[in-house]
Design a protein around this ligand. Structure first.
Ligand SMILES: Cc1ncc(COP(=O)(O)O)c(C=O)c1O
Length: 382
């Protein structure tokens, strides 16, 4: 497989040659911890122990690297395990990171409650405002500039190419959490980012049946550092989890097309609804990041947030009233989900500069029949 192949071809074939022994067209689940050596040090295909490497995981990592147009992907037991590995691989006590002021609550908690105890400092800044990011950078000390685009749950958009310039001018690396867009809609490495982060739990896996994470790079030195830490720290995915994620990836393109189409219908309904005070979606021309999103994304994704007239209680009621939209955390699966970020996914940011508005509702728009989703929301909004 080469990069000249299309995205859907890579999703189905990259890293997934038919099994040389049996011809099986799907990579087997190598449910194994260790490998017979042909004499001491005589490894077959480089495999010695499944924390260090497992063929099912290799297939997944090769596929993700191809989809992100990177040279190396590494996979983990969760998105946060991937982020933790990245932080501890690249930062030492005394180092500093600029993080988005609307970061995913778990990412914020990792910086605020875990990394900071080990001497890694951070400053939240609005990733859509290049001057704010520049001002937050501490020359010579800032090691990472981190962004999520679109962000969770406010759907903020950051200009990846411009942020890469700001980070590189300061000698820092740009990390992009590409979970919301997926590589089908946006490939940050091709825009100048140094590291791509994924919660593969979301669109990549796509079926709400597996937790996982990934890091993708296109620099051999960075890759070697991450490979060392992945093995030394050990938060790797199980072979079955790697296999499930790989199966999900095969349909990423067609799923994303439907997620985006359904989301656009829902945005249209919400934008006209009297109980909705604001719709947050990068596809809307009035969205502050719309022009950047048009430049760097193929379409605008399946995540939609909106604010409800009547405040927090009204927002909570909408979340409690839907039937098809399942009340639950997470996102990116085939089924539609609804949640109240302030009390659910982003509760850990309460009282911090990253606190989200109480009247905010977040939707992960699934791939069900759009008319059914619209009817469910209309009923819930009353
Ligand atoms: C944008 C984003 N990044 C990272 C994560 C963490 O991933 P995981 O839950 O797989 O650890 C999440 C989880 O919701 C997320 O939404």
């Amino acid at each position: 497989m080469t990069q000249s192949h299309g995205f859907e071809t890579l999703a189905i074939h990259a890293g997934q040659e038919p099994d040389p022994l049996t011809g099986a067209v799907v990579p087997p689940i190598y449910q194994v911890s260790t490998y017979k050596q042909d004499g001491v040090g005589g490894l077959r295909g480089g495999y010695e122990y499944s924390r260090s490497g497992n063929p099912t995981r290799t297939a997944l990592e090769e596929c993700i690297a191809a989809l992100e147009d990177g040279t190396r992907a590494l996979t983990f037991a969760s998105g946060l395990a991937a982020e933790d590995c990245l932080l501890r691989s690249l930062c030492a006590p005394g180092d500093h990171a600029v993080i988005p002021d609307d970061a995913y609550g778990g990412t914020f908690r990792l910086f605020a409650k875990v990394a900071s105890r080990w001497g890694i400092e951070y400053t939240p800044a609005h990733a859509g405002d290049l001057d704010a990011v520049r001002a937050a950078i501490r020359p010579g000390v800032t090691r990472l500039v981190w962004c999520e685009t679109p962000s969770n749950p406010l759907l903020g958009v950051a200009d990846i190419a411009a942020l890469a310039g700001v980070a590189h001018d300061a000698g820092a690396l740009l990390v992009v959490d590409n979970t919301f867009a997926s590589p089908y809609l946006q490939q940050p490495l091709t825009l100048g980012a140094d590291v791509v982060v994924h919660s593969t739990t979301k669109y990549m896996g796509g079926h709400s049946d597996v937790i996982g994470g990934a890091l993708v790079v296109n620099n051999a030195e960075l890759a070697a550092e991450l490979v060392f830490h992945q093995n030394a720290m050990g938060a790797v995915p199980a072979p079955f989890d790697a296999w499930l994620t790989l199966r999900g990836l095969k349909t990423l393109g067609v799923r994303m097309d439907r997620h985006c189409a359904n989301a656009e219908r829902i945005v249209d309904l919400l934008s006209r609804h009297p109980r909705v005070s604001e719709v947050l979606y990068p596809g809307l021309p009035g969205h502050s990041g719309h022009d950047v999103a048009v430049k760097q994304m193929k379409a605008f994704g399946g995540m939609v947030s909106f604010r409800v007239n009547g405040g927090e209680e009204a927002a909570v009621q909408v979340c409690n009233r839907t039937e098809l939209f399942i009340l639950g955390e997470s996102l990116g699966g085939v089924e539609s989900l609804i949640e109240h970020p302030g009390r659910m996914t982003h509760a850990s940011a309460a009282g911090s500069p990253l606190e989200v508005p109480g009247d905010l509702v977040r939707l992960s728009v699934g791939i069900e029949s759009a008319d059914d989703l619209l009817a469910d929301l209309e009923r819930a909004l009353g």
